[in-house]
Design a protein. Structure first.
Length: 103
């Protein structure tokens, strides 16, 4: 149970990311807003990244028992989160540098 708190925090991150992604996707389906679609992709990716990290910690804690999460699993989880954060930055850039026309 070496990674108990990290497992809990990553599972909470998974839950929050998936819930926000689901709410954003429902909003996208109702409005057709491309911004909400990008936000839903971002939060799903962030949530999946937390889930991958939680899976890595769970595997190490209960099966491998090495005391260190597998580097490949850790890289995959962080890469998924990076994609999510990139989508958030991309969405913000589009809204900032390409504002809607007033005409």
């Amino acid at each position: 149970m070496e990674f108990f708190l990290e497992i809990i925090l990553n599972l909470v991150g998974l839950l929050v990311g998936v819930v926000i992604g689901t709410i954003s996707y429902i909003g996208f389906k109702n409005t057709g807003s491309p911004t909400l679609f990008r936000i839903s992709i971002a939060f799903f990716a962030i949530g999946i990244g937390f889930g991958i990290l939680a899976t890595g910690f769970i595997l190490d804690d209960f099966i491998f028992k090495t005391g260190d999460i597998n580097r490949g699993i850790s890289t995959l989880g962080v890469a998924s989160q990076t994609v999510g954060y990139w989508f958030i930055a991309f969405s913000h850039t589009i809204r900032t540098f390409f504002p809607k026309s007033r005409y």
